[in-house]
Design a protein around this ligand. Structure first.
Ligand code: HEM
Length: 304
């Protein structure tokens, strides 16, 4: 069974451009069929196409975002397949976002009144354009000619910064859908929790690598008991806060909005004031404290 599975994961249809068309062709067909049955003469109709196209895009973004971490945590034939095809999963996201881009232009140019009245918020536009600029640069530099334009370090920074920016966009949209707009559909829950899960996998892989580095430097070393306890409490508090955003969102709003010092970020800074990410910051700080780090004198796990 295992040989069959790993053999299948090596097939042309499930790798590279084969995988790209296997995913993108049905998505494009679904877009065309949805267009055929939608009222594209109205802003609502085109907006619904934006929603459909981006819902077909986000899963590939999350997979590309978590691919290397899944391989670190679960080194198997499936995770190797995922990492081997990360570029093509990213291109599947880009292809579905090209559909969203088409419908956005259709909305802005064809239903300008609707766009201005129902959609336009300057900071959202800055976030959205930022996302598309990253996506265009990442797509162009995913091919040899484009890649040659950047030094390896700059390439890595673009792709790491870009995938975090795009993940943050999708994750925060679903956080607000669950914790502010108040009538989430089951898919909003699914895309919020899988977005959180993708980030948590990166956090877990980072923690594992750090623990392994610490143990390489000092076998069996553990974090200071106090740091470990504070770390565990922060991780638990962050997880609870990530699941109960509507309980604290209102309070956060009174603290983080409406001050003279926050006027500029409220108008222009993407994701300000970062409410969806506050629980993740607590989890990250918790992991930083909980996991031993090499090169620093710490309590030996053996109680030496
Ligand atoms: C200037 C650029 C952008 C504009 C004007 C724009 C516009 C919109 C509009 C109008 C909707 C609402 C559709 C509806 O519910 O009827 C939407 C939803 C959404 N957009 Fe964008 N968008 C832009 C860029 C992006 C980017 C870069 C991402 C990155 C991932 C993204 C992710 C999303 C997500 C996740 C949703 C929610 C879809 C759902 O309800 O499940 N958008 N966008």
């Amino acid at each position: 069974m295992r040989d069959f599975r790993s053999g299948m994961l090596k097939s042309r249809a499930l790798n590279g451009w084969g995988l790209f068309w296997l995913i993108t062709a049905p998505i494009s067909l679904a877009m065309l069929m949805a267009m055929a049955v939608s009222d594209l003469t109205s802003g609502e109709g085109v907006s619904a196409m934006i929603q459909l196209s981006v819902r077909c895009a986000v899963p590939w973004l999350y997979l590309a975002f978590a691919a290397s971490s899944i391989q670190t945590l679960f080194p198997r034939s499936f995770s190797r397949w995922l990492l081997r095809n990360r570029k093509f999963l990213g291109l599947c996201f880009a292809a579905a976002m090209a559909w969203q881009g088409l419908f956005i232009l259709w909305l802005v140019l064809g239903h300008t009144d609707y766009y201005v009245k129902e959609v336009y918020v300057l900071r959202d536009l800055i976030e959205g354009l930022g996302g598309y600029l990253f996506l265009l640069a990442m797509t162009a530099t995913s091919f040899p000619k484009g890649r040659k334009l950047l030094k390896p370090k700059a390439w890595r920074r673009l792709h790491l910064g870009g995938i975090y920016f795009l993940w943050a966009y999708a994750f925060s949209v679903y956080w607000w859908a669950l914790n502010y707009y108040g009538n989430p559909v089951p898919l909003d829950h699914a895309l919020y929790w899988t977005g959180l899960g993708a980030w948590a996998l990166r956090m877990a892989a980072w923690s594992r690598k750090r623990r392994q580095a610490a143990w390489k430097a000092s076998p069996g070393i553990g974090a200071q008991p106090l740091a470990k306890t504070v770390g565990a409490v922060l991780i638990a508090a962050g997880l609870v806060a990530a699941g109960a955003g509507s309980a604290w969102q209102g309070m956060a709003e009174t603290v983080l909005y409406g001050h003279s010092i926050t006027q500029i970020p409220e108008l222009y800074l993407p994701y300000w004031p970062f409410e969806p990410f506050l629980p993740l910051a607590a989890i990250a700080l918790g992991a930083f404290l909980f996991v031993p780090r090499g090169g620093v004198v710490q309590a030996r796990a053996a109680g030496a």
